[in-house]
Design a protein around this ligand. Sequence first.
Ligand code: FES
Length: 176
Amino acid sequence: MSSDVTPKIDPTPDSEKQDLKDRINKAVTTQKRPTVTVLSSLLSIEDEMGYIPAEAISIVAEYNNSTINEVWGVASFYPNFRFEPPSENTVEVCWGPSCHLVGATDVIKSVLDELELDGEGDTPDKMATFKFNTCLGACPQAPVMSINHRMYGKVSAKQAKTYISALREDVKGAHK
Ligand code: FES
């Protein structure tokens, strides 16, 4: 019986790894929150990078005088943390009460259809990450959606579909 003993080589160049660690360290050490905890450190990293890289776990543990197990326990407890880089674009639709009352369900359906998704997550081509939001902070403009943090208010299902197909065209154009 033969077994594969080929060492797995991480193809990421050292400079990129260092750059990643520098960004994590910066996010952890420049937190604005009054009380620094494992959770606040993870939130800072998520804000800065859009996800929690594997390298962050040991850095957060060291900074907070904690253990890798404890940090991982906190990170995995909260469903809002993601552990892979986000897609190229972020699309959010609010399904908070104000938006729900005036048609968010139709907007959500339209966006999901256009992205070919069943719910939150990444499109297979990594063109977009779709997220629900419980309030985008613009209730008088309900229903509200955002694309890369740019808000669109009083949006109809038809407009939502148009925004997503325009985004797809922009991405295609940028990749030519
Ligand atoms: S409930 Fe949708 S923006 Fe506030």
